[in-house]
Design a protein around this ligand. Structure first.
Ligand SMILES: Nc1ncnc2c1ncn2[C@@H]1O[C@H](COP(=O)(O)OP(=O)(O)OP(=O)(O)O)[C@@H](O)[C@H]1O
Length: 359
């Protein structure tokens, strides 16, 4: 996936501010009382009997991006993403979709939001066992009131799109886990939502099928440019899929940034520890690794786009024996040489990305 090269449209799809979800007795008092806000999760539970699953979280999801919510088990990811369409009622804060206040929506509007605008793909597929693949995919269209002939035609197109052509008449029990998840994906896509929400959709799949599905998401995203919010506890999945990643810990977002920003400039020791084993050369780009070029260097040498990875640059430099030029529209932005590339691999010498900050 090409990262960092798109200029995102200004208007966010989702805009979230000061969001809290507190489970437990008299949950509403927790967000408003500064004394509670400073407590650790264990202290808060002890003092109030409440669990703050999401604590004062704010972010925008930009049009066309894959926004990943990542964190360990229990960090609040599922709760957060369910709050976006009020499958879980937030305790405090604001959520807007295309500028419209989600917390002010009545039942009918909410239904419309979940059916048409923000479709969810779940880990356990949620397929109807007695229906065929085709009818499962058509289901979302059926509840939208689309006529039978049209919905079957549209559903068939999406079945083909996710690579299940020829399996239209099978039932879910006759499919593998990966194939079932493809049906879930096709069903969500068929309603043509503005944004797709994925809650750990691939965590039950075995590693090879999981990789296939990740590639499927990358491909669909590349082809359609659809906005996606993707929950995962798997760092390599987050780095592979995310244009930006919100890293959660104990209900808070501890860092929000590009994969490169998070790996290259961890906001604190927790994040640093989290990304310690990531192969940096596969995430860091030459845009970050480069230095200024001399006139001679700018004129000759292998050329790479700014979002090429350091790993790709190592290959180019090894092949040609000379520094690689970072080229953007015919202009040489800088060069990467052995020294620069090795520094990235060794984890010394990166520059913080402009605009990256802890959330
Ligand atoms: N209905 C509930 N009642 C009470 N506490 C809850 C409820 N749902 C979630 N929690 C708590 O909120 C916290 C966040 O849970 P959540 O499921 O959002 O985490 P997660 O990051 O999605 O975890 P996982 O990766 O294991 O699904 C946890 O401490 C969890 O025990």
């Amino acid at each position: 996936m090409s990262k960092d090269t798109r200029t995102p449209a200004d208007a966010p799809v989702f805009s979230v501010e000061g969001l809290w979800k507190v489970f437990g007795p008299k949950a509403e008092r927790v967000p408003t009382d500064p004394e509670f806000a400073s407590l650790s999760p264990a202290e808060l539970r002890e003092r109030t009997g409440c669990t703050a699953a999401v604590r004062d979280v704010g972010f925008d999801v930009r049009k066309g991006e894959v926004f990943v919510v990542m964190g360990l088990s229990g960090s609040g990811k599922s709760t957060l993403v369910r709050c976006l369409t009020r499958l879980i009622e937030p305790t405090a804060g604001t959520i807007a979709i295309d500028g419209e206040d989600v917390r002010a929506m009545d039942k009918a509007r909410l239904r419309e939001l979940r059916r048409h605008r923000a479709a969810m793909v779940f880990q356990h597929f949620g397929l109807l066992p007695h229906r065929t693949v085709l009818d499962n995919v058509a289901y979302g269209l059926e509840i939208q009131g689309v006529g039978r002939a049209e919905r079957r035609e549209r559903a068939a197109a999406f079945v083909a799109k996710v690579g299940l052509e020829g399996m239209e008449q099978r039932r879910p029990a006759q499919l593998s886990g990966g194939q079932r998840q493809r049906v879930g994906l096709a069903r969500a896509l068929a309603v043509d939502p503005e944004v797709l929400l994925f809650d750990e959709p691939f965590s039950a799949l075995d590693p090879l099928i999981r990789r296939d599905m990740q590639e499927e998401v990358v491909r669909l995203h590349r082809e359609e440019g659809r906005t996606m919010v993707f929950v995962t506890h798997d760092l390599s999945e987050a780095l592979k899929l995310g244009d930006r990643i919100a890293l959660m810990r104990d209900g808070r977002v501890v860092q929000l940034g590009t994969p490169e920003g998070i790996v290259g400039s961890p906001a604190d020791d927790y994040v640093r520890e989290f990304v310690r084993d990531v192969p940096r050369e596969q995430v860091m780009t030459v845009r970050t690794a480069m230095r200024a070029a001399t006139a001679e260097e700018a004129a000759d040498g292998p050329a790479l786009p700014p979002d090429a990875t350091v790993s790709e640059a190592i290959e180019a430099v090894a092949r040609t024996g000379s520094p690689a030029r970072v080229m953007d529209g015919g202009r040489c932005l800088g060069v990467v040489d052995h020294d620069r590339l090795l520094r990235v691999v060794a984890g010394t010498g990166h520059r913080p990305e402009p605009g990256e900050k802890a959330a």
